[in-house]
Design a protein around this ligand. Sequence first.
Ligand SMILES: Cc1cc2nc3c(=O)[nH]c(=O)nc-3n(C[C@H](O)[C@H](O)[C@H](O)COP(=O)(O)OP(=O)(O)OC[C@H]3O[C@@H](n4cnc5c(N)ncnc54)[C@H](O)[C@@H]3O)c2cc1C
Length: 386
Amino acid sequence: MDIELSHEQRMLLETVQGFLEQEIYPHEEEVDRLGRVPLELGRQIEKRAIDIGLFAANLPESVGGGGLDYQSLVLIEREFGKTSHALHSWIARPAEILMACEGDQVEKYLIPCAKAEKRELFALTEPEAGSDIMSMKTNARRDGEDWILNGSKHFISGPVMPDFAIVFAVTGMDETERGRRKRITAFLVDVGTDGFDISEGTRSVSYRGYLTFQLGFSDVRLGPGQILGEEGRGLELSGKWLSMNRVWVGASCCGKAERLFNLASEWAATRKQFGQPIGKFQATGFKLADMAVELKAADLLVMDAVSKGDRGKMSDSDAAMVKLFCSEMLNRTADNTVQIYGGMGLMEEMPIQRLWRDSRLERIWDGTSEIQRHIISRAILRPLGA
Ligand SMILES: Cc1cc2nc3c(=O)[nH]c(=O)nc-3n(C[C@H](O)[C@H](O)[C@H](O)COP(=O)(O)OP(=O)(O)OC[C@H]3O[C@@H](n4cnc5c(N)ncnc54)[C@H](O)[C@@H]3O)c2cc1C
Protein backbone atom coordinates (compact mmCIF):
# COMPACT_ATOMS: atom_id res chain seq x y z
CA MET A 1 0.00 0.00 0.00
CA ASP A 2 1.20 3.49 -0.81
CA ILE A 3 1.59 5.19 2.55
CA GLU A 4 4.40 7.44 3.68
CA LEU A 5 6.73 5.34 5.84
CA SER A 6 9.34 6.79 8.16
CA HIS A 7 12.98 5.87 7.57
CA GLU A 8 12.83 3.41 10.49
CA GLN A 9 9.65 1.82 9.16
CA ARG A 10 11.17 1.39 5.70
CA MET A 11 14.20 -0.29 7.26
CA LEU A 12 11.93 -2.53 9.32
CA LEU A 13 9.91 -3.50 6.26
CA GLU A 14 13.05 -4.33 4.29
CA THR A 15 14.37 -6.41 7.19
CA VAL A 16 11.13 -8.38 7.44
CA GLN A 17 10.91 -8.91 3.69
CA GLY A 18 14.52 -10.07 3.54
CA PHE A 19 13.97 -12.40 6.47
CA LEU A 20 10.88 -13.96 4.90
CA GLU A 21 12.66 -14.40 1.55
CA GLN A 22 15.55 -16.20 3.22
CA GLU A 23 14.00 -18.09 6.10
CA ILE A 24 10.33 -18.66 5.36
CA TYR A 25 9.25 -18.71 1.71
CA PRO A 26 11.66 -21.52 0.73
CA HIS A 27 9.98 -23.85 3.25
CA GLU A 28 6.29 -23.12 2.57
CA GLU A 29 5.65 -25.97 0.18
CA GLU A 30 7.51 -28.59 2.18
CA VAL A 31 5.72 -27.67 5.42
CA ASP A 32 2.33 -27.80 3.70
CA ARG A 33 3.16 -31.21 2.25
CA LEU A 34 4.52 -32.60 5.55
CA GLY A 35 1.72 -31.04 7.61
CA ARG A 36 4.39 -30.18 10.16
CA VAL A 37 7.25 -27.76 10.73
CA PRO A 38 10.34 -29.85 11.47
CA LEU A 39 11.50 -28.90 14.97
CA GLU A 40 15.01 -27.95 13.85
CA LEU A 41 13.56 -25.63 11.18
CA GLY A 42 11.24 -23.99 13.72
CA ARG A 43 14.12 -23.46 16.14
CA GLN A 44 16.26 -22.02 13.32
CA ILE A 45 13.55 -19.51 12.40
CA GLU A 46 13.16 -18.61 16.07
CA LYS A 47 16.91 -18.11 16.57
CA ARG A 48 17.40 -15.99 13.44
CA ALA A 49 14.37 -13.89 14.38
CA ILE A 50 15.91 -13.24 17.80
CA ASP A 51 19.26 -12.37 16.18
CA ILE A 52 17.72 -9.61 14.06
CA GLY A 53 15.34 -8.35 16.77
CA LEU A 54 12.06 -9.53 15.24
CA PHE A 55 11.09 -11.85 18.07
CA ALA A 56 8.44 -10.58 20.52
CA ALA A 57 8.45 -7.23 18.72
CA ASN A 58 5.10 -6.41 20.31
CA LEU A 59 6.27 -6.52 23.92
CA PRO A 60 7.88 -3.49 25.59
CA GLU A 61 11.66 -3.25 25.70
CA SER A 62 11.46 -3.19 29.51
CA VAL A 63 10.54 -6.89 29.46
CA GLY A 64 12.89 -7.85 26.62
CA GLY A 65 10.55 -7.24 23.68
CA GLY A 66 11.00 -5.09 20.58
CA GLY A 67 8.88 -2.21 21.90
CA LEU A 68 7.34 -1.40 18.51
CA ASP A 69 4.25 0.77 18.19
CA TYR A 70 1.13 -0.50 16.41
CA GLN A 71 1.98 1.39 13.19
CA SER A 72 5.23 -0.57 12.92
CA LEU A 73 3.79 -3.89 14.09
CA VAL A 74 1.11 -3.72 11.44
CA LEU A 75 3.78 -3.59 8.73
CA ILE A 76 5.24 -6.82 10.09
CA GLU A 77 1.88 -8.55 10.36
CA ARG A 78 0.98 -7.60 6.80
CA GLU A 79 4.21 -9.14 5.49
CA PHE A 80 3.78 -12.22 7.68
CA GLY A 81 0.28 -12.64 6.25
CA LYS A 82 1.77 -13.36 2.83
CA THR A 83 3.11 -16.65 4.07
CA SER A 84 2.21 -19.61 6.25
CA HIS A 85 1.15 -19.09 9.85
CA ALA A 86 2.77 -22.45 10.66
CA LEU A 87 6.15 -20.93 9.81
CA HIS A 88 5.94 -17.30 10.84
CA SER A 89 4.35 -18.11 14.21
CA TRP A 90 7.80 -19.33 15.25
CA ILE A 91 8.65 -15.62 15.32
CA ALA A 92 6.46 -15.17 18.33
CA ARG A 93 4.24 -12.25 19.12
CA PRO A 94 3.51 -13.40 22.69
CA ALA A 95 -0.03 -12.79 23.93
CA GLU A 96 -0.02 -9.21 25.22
CA ILE A 97 -2.40 -10.31 27.93
CA LEU A 98 0.79 -11.54 29.63
CA MET A 99 1.55 -7.89 30.40
CA ALA A 100 -0.92 -8.43 33.25
CA CYS A 101 1.69 -10.64 34.95
CA GLU A 102 2.57 -9.42 38.43
CA GLY A 103 5.24 -10.25 41.03
CA ASP A 104 6.89 -13.64 40.43
CA GLN A 105 4.78 -14.14 37.27
CA VAL A 106 6.92 -11.58 35.43
CA GLU A 107 10.11 -13.66 35.79
CA LYS A 108 8.32 -16.97 35.44
CA TYR A 109 6.12 -16.29 32.39
CA LEU A 110 6.37 -12.86 30.77
CA ILE A 111 10.14 -12.43 30.40
CA PRO A 112 10.79 -16.04 29.29
CA CYS A 113 8.14 -15.60 26.56
CA ALA A 114 9.88 -12.45 25.34
CA LYS A 115 13.18 -14.36 25.20
CA ALA A 116 11.81 -17.50 23.47
CA GLU A 117 12.57 -19.54 26.57
CA LYS A 118 8.90 -20.33 27.03
CA ARG A 119 5.85 -20.63 24.77
CA GLU A 120 2.27 -20.02 25.81
CA LEU A 121 -1.16 -21.01 24.49
CA PHE A 122 -4.29 -18.89 24.78
CA ALA A 123 -7.05 -21.28 25.81
CA LEU A 124 -10.57 -19.94 25.58
CA THR A 125 -12.49 -22.22 23.17
CA GLU A 126 -14.16 -25.44 24.33
CA PRO A 127 -15.86 -28.22 22.40
CA GLU A 128 -19.27 -26.84 23.41
CA ALA A 129 -18.28 -23.20 23.79
CA GLY A 130 -16.96 -21.67 20.56
CA SER A 131 -18.65 -18.42 19.54
CA ASP A 132 -20.79 -18.60 22.69
CA ILE A 133 -17.93 -18.24 25.10
CA MET A 134 -20.25 -17.66 28.05
CA SER A 135 -21.41 -21.27 27.80
CA MET A 136 -17.91 -22.23 28.98
CA LYS A 137 -17.92 -25.22 31.32
CA THR A 138 -14.30 -25.27 32.46
CA ASN A 139 -14.43 -24.15 36.06
CA ALA A 140 -12.25 -23.57 39.09
CA ARG A 141 -13.49 -23.82 42.69
CA ARG A 142 -11.76 -22.52 45.76
CA ASP A 143 -10.06 -24.92 48.14
CA GLY A 144 -8.56 -22.80 50.91
CA GLU A 145 -6.04 -20.51 49.21
CA ASP A 146 -5.89 -22.76 46.14
CA TRP A 147 -8.12 -23.32 43.13
CA ILE A 148 -9.14 -26.69 41.69
CA LEU A 149 -9.50 -26.59 37.89
CA ASN A 150 -11.70 -29.00 35.88
CA GLY A 151 -12.83 -29.03 32.26
CA SER A 152 -11.46 -29.11 28.73
CA LYS A 153 -10.45 -26.88 25.82
CA HIS A 154 -9.96 -27.59 22.14
CA PHE A 155 -8.67 -25.89 18.97
CA ILE A 156 -5.98 -24.22 21.10
CA SER A 157 -3.23 -23.44 18.64
CA GLY A 158 0.46 -22.75 18.48
CA PRO A 159 3.58 -23.64 16.51
CA VAL A 160 4.93 -26.10 19.07
CA MET A 161 4.09 -27.90 22.33
CA PRO A 162 3.88 -25.02 24.85
CA ASP A 163 5.29 -24.61 28.33
CA PHE A 164 2.10 -23.21 29.82
CA ALA A 165 -1.42 -22.19 28.88
CA ILE A 166 -3.48 -19.14 29.73
CA VAL A 167 -6.70 -20.92 30.64
CA PHE A 168 -10.09 -19.27 31.09
CA ALA A 169 -12.41 -20.82 33.66
CA VAL A 170 -15.66 -20.01 35.44
CA THR A 171 -15.02 -19.10 39.07
CA GLY A 172 -18.54 -18.08 40.14
CA MET A 173 -21.59 -16.03 39.18
CA ASP A 174 -22.13 -12.24 39.24
CA GLU A 175 -25.39 -10.34 39.44
CA THR A 176 -25.32 -7.65 36.72
CA GLU A 177 -27.79 -5.17 35.19
CA ARG A 178 -28.28 -7.72 32.41
CA GLY A 179 -28.91 -10.64 34.77
CA ARG A 180 -26.68 -13.36 36.19
CA ARG A 181 -23.34 -13.65 34.43
CA LYS A 182 -20.49 -16.11 34.80
CA ARG A 183 -17.35 -14.81 36.48
CA ILE A 184 -14.48 -15.80 34.26
CA THR A 185 -10.90 -15.89 35.48
CA ALA A 186 -7.63 -16.37 33.56
CA PHE A 187 -5.16 -18.86 35.05
CA LEU A 188 -1.54 -19.60 34.14
CA VAL A 189 -1.27 -23.39 34.02
CA ASP A 190 2.11 -25.08 33.55
CA VAL A 191 2.39 -28.09 31.29
CA GLY A 192 3.36 -30.97 33.58
CA THR A 193 1.07 -29.92 36.44
CA ASP A 194 -0.72 -32.97 37.91
CA GLY A 195 -4.10 -33.46 36.25
CA PHE A 196 -3.29 -31.25 33.21
CA ASP A 197 -3.39 -33.35 30.07
CA ILE A 198 -2.34 -31.82 26.74
CA SER A 199 -2.14 -33.51 23.36
CA GLU A 200 -2.21 -32.56 19.69
CA GLY A 201 -5.73 -32.21 18.35
CA THR A 202 -7.20 -32.63 14.89
CA ARG A 203 -5.40 -31.01 11.98
CA SER A 204 -6.65 -28.03 10.04
CA VAL A 205 -6.30 -27.90 6.24
CA SER A 206 -5.63 -24.18 6.60
CA TYR A 207 -2.03 -23.45 7.61
CA ARG A 208 -0.99 -27.08 7.59
CA GLY A 209 1.71 -27.57 10.18
CA TYR A 210 0.25 -25.03 12.60
CA LEU A 211 -0.78 -27.21 15.52
CA THR A 212 -3.96 -27.34 17.52
CA PHE A 213 -4.04 -28.87 20.98
CA GLN A 214 -6.69 -30.30 23.22
CA LEU A 215 -6.38 -29.60 26.90
CA GLY A 216 -7.96 -31.56 29.76
CA PHE A 217 -8.05 -30.52 33.40
CA SER A 218 -8.88 -33.02 36.09
CA ASP A 219 -8.69 -31.61 39.63
CA VAL A 220 -5.66 -29.48 38.73
CA ARG A 221 -4.53 -27.69 41.88
CA LEU A 222 -3.44 -24.08 41.30
CA GLY A 223 -2.04 -21.66 43.85
CA PRO A 224 -3.33 -18.07 44.13
CA GLY A 225 -0.21 -16.95 42.22
CA GLN A 226 -1.50 -18.73 39.12
CA ILE A 227 -4.28 -16.20 38.51
CA LEU A 228 -3.49 -13.76 35.70
CA GLY A 229 -4.92 -10.33 36.54
CA GLU A 230 -7.84 -10.24 38.94
CA GLU A 231 -10.16 -13.08 39.81
CA GLY A 232 -13.40 -12.73 37.82
CA ARG A 233 -11.90 -10.23 35.34
CA GLY A 234 -10.53 -12.68 32.76
CA LEU A 235 -12.75 -11.63 29.87
CA GLU A 236 -12.15 -7.91 30.41
CA LEU A 237 -8.42 -8.67 30.47
CA SER A 238 -8.50 -10.68 27.26
CA GLY A 239 -10.92 -8.29 25.51
CA LYS A 240 -8.37 -5.53 24.86
CA TRP A 241 -5.83 -7.97 23.50
CA LEU A 242 -8.39 -9.87 21.43
CA SER A 243 -9.52 -6.67 19.73
CA MET A 244 -6.00 -5.74 18.65
CA ASN A 245 -5.47 -9.33 17.56
CA ARG A 246 -8.38 -8.89 15.16
CA VAL A 247 -6.58 -5.94 13.60
CA TRP A 248 -3.46 -8.10 13.15
CA VAL A 249 -5.63 -10.72 11.46
CA GLY A 250 -6.96 -7.97 9.17
CA ALA A 251 -3.45 -6.77 8.29
CA SER A 252 -2.29 -10.29 7.59
CA CYS A 253 -5.34 -10.83 5.33
CA CYS A 254 -4.27 -7.74 3.35
CA GLY A 255 -0.77 -9.18 2.92
CA LYS A 256 -2.09 -12.50 1.67
CA ALA A 257 -4.60 -10.77 -0.62
CA GLU A 258 -1.78 -8.71 -2.14
CA ARG A 259 0.21 -11.84 -2.88
CA LEU A 260 -2.82 -13.48 -4.48
CA PHE A 261 -3.64 -10.34 -6.42
CA ASN A 262 -0.11 -10.17 -7.84
CA LEU A 263 -0.25 -13.82 -8.87
CA ALA A 264 -3.68 -13.32 -10.45
CA SER A 265 -2.57 -10.19 -12.33
CA GLU A 266 0.55 -11.86 -13.73
CA TRP A 267 -1.46 -14.87 -14.87
CA ALA A 268 -4.18 -12.70 -16.42
CA ALA A 269 -1.53 -10.76 -18.34
CA THR A 270 0.30 -13.82 -19.68
CA ARG A 271 -2.16 -16.70 -20.03
CA LYS A 272 -3.65 -16.56 -23.53
CA GLN A 273 -6.95 -17.99 -24.74
CA PHE A 274 -8.81 -17.15 -27.92
CA GLY A 275 -5.62 -15.43 -29.08
CA GLN A 276 -5.29 -12.85 -26.31
CA PRO A 277 -4.35 -12.51 -22.63
CA ILE A 278 -7.33 -13.60 -20.50
CA GLY A 279 -7.03 -10.30 -18.57
CA LYS A 280 -8.35 -8.55 -21.68
CA PHE A 281 -11.67 -10.32 -21.28
CA GLN A 282 -13.79 -8.03 -19.19
CA ALA A 283 -14.87 -10.94 -16.98
CA THR A 284 -11.25 -11.29 -15.83
CA GLY A 285 -10.13 -7.65 -15.96
CA PHE A 286 -13.09 -6.51 -13.84
CA LYS A 287 -12.28 -9.18 -11.26
CA LEU A 288 -8.79 -7.68 -10.95
CA ALA A 289 -10.24 -4.19 -10.69
CA ASP A 290 -12.57 -5.23 -7.87
CA MET A 291 -9.74 -7.02 -6.08
CA ALA A 292 -7.54 -3.91 -6.24
CA VAL A 293 -10.27 -1.62 -4.91
CA GLU A 294 -11.21 -3.98 -2.10
CA LEU A 295 -7.59 -4.46 -1.04
CA LYS A 296 -7.07 -0.72 -0.88
CA ALA A 297 -10.23 -0.28 1.19
CA ALA A 298 -9.15 -3.08 3.54
CA ASP A 299 -5.68 -1.54 4.02
CA LEU A 300 -7.29 1.80 4.85
CA LEU A 301 -9.55 0.17 7.44
CA VAL A 302 -6.50 -1.42 9.06
CA MET A 303 -4.58 1.87 9.10
CA ASP A 304 -7.57 3.66 10.62
CA ALA A 305 -7.85 1.11 13.43
CA VAL A 306 -4.11 1.08 14.08
CA SER A 307 -3.91 4.84 14.24
CA LYS A 308 -6.78 4.83 16.74
CA GLY A 309 -5.06 1.99 18.62
CA ASP A 310 -1.85 3.98 19.02
CA ARG A 311 -3.93 6.84 20.47
CA GLY A 312 -5.89 4.48 22.76
CA LYS A 313 -9.09 5.25 20.85
CA MET A 314 -9.86 2.01 19.02
CA SER A 315 -13.22 0.43 19.87
CA ASP A 316 -14.21 -3.25 19.73
CA SER A 317 -16.44 -2.32 16.80
CA ASP A 318 -13.49 -0.75 14.89
CA ALA A 319 -11.54 -3.98 15.32
CA ALA A 320 -14.53 -6.12 14.35
CA MET A 321 -14.99 -4.09 11.14
CA VAL A 322 -11.36 -4.70 10.22
CA LYS A 323 -11.54 -8.43 10.92
CA LEU A 324 -14.85 -8.82 9.05
CA PHE A 325 -14.00 -6.82 5.94
CA CYS A 326 -10.39 -7.93 5.52
CA SER A 327 -11.06 -11.65 6.00
CA GLU A 328 -14.05 -11.61 3.65
CA MET A 329 -12.12 -9.52 1.12
CA LEU A 330 -9.30 -12.05 1.26
CA ASN A 331 -11.65 -14.95 0.62
CA ARG A 332 -13.21 -13.21 -2.39
CA THR A 333 -9.71 -12.48 -3.68
CA ALA A 334 -8.58 -16.08 -3.13
CA ASP A 335 -11.65 -17.49 -4.85
CA ASN A 336 -11.28 -15.10 -7.80
CA THR A 337 -7.61 -15.98 -8.11
CA VAL A 338 -8.45 -19.69 -8.37
CA GLN A 339 -11.04 -18.79 -11.02
CA ILE A 340 -8.57 -16.70 -13.02
CA TYR A 341 -6.03 -19.56 -12.93
CA GLY A 342 -8.68 -22.05 -14.02
CA GLY A 343 -7.68 -25.69 -13.43
CA MET A 344 -4.11 -24.64 -12.77
CA GLY A 345 -5.27 -22.88 -9.59
CA LEU A 346 -6.13 -26.21 -8.00
CA MET A 347 -2.93 -28.01 -8.83
CA GLU A 348 -0.72 -28.96 -5.90
CA GLU A 349 2.37 -27.61 -7.66
CA MET A 350 0.93 -24.10 -7.57
CA PRO A 351 0.77 -21.97 -4.40
CA ILE A 352 -2.77 -20.75 -5.23
CA GLN A 353 -4.61 -23.73 -3.74
CA ARG A 354 -2.57 -23.45 -0.52
CA LEU A 355 -3.23 -19.72 -0.15
CA TRP A 356 -6.93 -20.37 -0.89
CA ARG A 357 -7.07 -23.07 1.83
CA ASP A 358 -5.15 -20.88 4.27
CA SER A 359 -7.46 -17.93 3.61
CA ARG A 360 -10.52 -19.84 4.73
CA LEU A 361 -9.52 -19.97 8.37
CA GLU A 362 -9.35 -16.20 8.60
CA ARG A 363 -13.16 -15.92 8.54
CA ILE A 364 -13.41 -18.33 11.46
CA TRP A 365 -10.75 -17.87 14.11
CA ASP A 366 -10.58 -14.90 16.45
CA GLY A 367 -14.36 -14.72 16.15
CA THR A 368 -16.30 -15.73 13.04
CA SER A 369 -17.62 -13.17 10.55
CA GLU A 370 -21.07 -13.58 12.09
CA ILE A 371 -19.71 -12.75 15.54
CA GLN A 372 -17.94 -9.65 14.15
CA ARG A 373 -21.25 -8.52 12.65
CA HIS A 374 -22.85 -9.12 16.03
CA ILE A 375 -20.25 -6.86 17.73
CA ILE A 376 -20.71 -4.12 15.10
CA SER A 377 -24.51 -4.20 15.20
CA ARG A 378 -24.50 -4.19 19.02
CA ALA A 379 -22.37 -1.02 18.97
CA ILE A 380 -24.93 0.58 16.64
CA LEU A 381 -28.03 -0.50 18.55
CA ARG A 382 -27.01 -0.29 22.22
CA PRO A 383 -26.75 3.52 22.31
CA LEU A 384 -30.28 3.57 20.86
CA GLY A 385 -31.55 1.51 23.78
CA ALA A 386 -32.03 -1.76 21.87
C1 LIG B 1 -6.93 -23.63 13.42
C2 LIG B 1 -7.66 -23.01 14.58
C3 LIG B 1 -6.93 -22.41 15.60
C4 LIG B 1 -7.58 -21.88 16.71
N1 LIG B 1 -6.84 -21.34 17.73
C5 LIG B 1 -7.46 -21.00 18.91
C6 LIG B 1 -6.70 -20.62 20.07
O1 LIG B 1 -5.46 -20.60 20.03
N2 LIG B 1 -7.37 -20.34 21.22
C7 LIG B 1 -8.72 -20.38 21.30
O2 LIG B 1 -9.26 -20.12 22.36
N3 LIG B 1 -9.48 -20.72 20.20
C8 LIG B 1 -8.88 -21.03 19.03
N4 LIG B 1 -9.62 -21.40 17.93
C9 LIG B 1 -11.07 -21.45 18.04
C10 LIG B 1 -11.80 -20.42 17.21
O3 LIG B 1 -11.68 -19.15 17.79
C11 LIG B 1 -13.25 -20.91 17.06
O4 LIG B 1 -13.21 -21.96 16.11
C12 LIG B 1 -14.20 -19.82 16.62
O5 LIG B 1 -14.37 -18.87 17.63
C13 LIG B 1 -15.58 -20.39 16.27
O6 LIG B 1 -16.04 -21.30 17.21
P1 LIG B 1 -16.53 -22.76 16.73
O7 LIG B 1 -15.53 -23.30 15.82
O8 LIG B 1 -16.89 -23.53 17.94
O9 LIG B 1 -17.83 -22.48 15.86
P2 LIG B 1 -19.32 -22.27 16.39
O10 LIG B 1 -19.33 -21.27 17.49
O11 LIG B 1 -19.93 -23.59 16.66
O12 LIG B 1 -20.01 -21.61 15.13
C14 LIG B 1 -20.48 -22.38 14.02
C15 LIG B 1 -21.20 -21.43 13.10
O13 LIG B 1 -22.33 -20.84 13.79
C16 LIG B 1 -22.25 -19.44 13.68
N5 LIG B 1 -22.79 -18.78 14.88
C17 LIG B 1 -22.56 -19.10 16.18
N6 LIG B 1 -23.20 -18.24 16.99
C18 LIG B 1 -23.83 -17.35 16.18
C19 LIG B 1 -24.66 -16.20 16.42
N7 LIG B 1 -24.95 -15.77 17.65
N8 LIG B 1 -25.13 -15.53 15.35
C20 LIG B 1 -24.86 -15.94 14.08
N9 LIG B 1 -24.09 -17.02 13.80
C21 LIG B 1 -23.58 -17.70 14.84
C22 LIG B 1 -20.75 -19.13 13.55
O14 LIG B 1 -20.54 -17.85 13.02
C23 LIG B 1 -20.32 -20.25 12.63
O15 LIG B 1 -20.61 -19.92 11.32
C24 LIG B 1 -9.00 -21.91 16.78
C25 LIG B 1 -9.72 -22.48 15.74
C26 LIG B 1 -9.09 -23.04 14.66
C27 LIG B 1 -9.91 -23.67 13.56
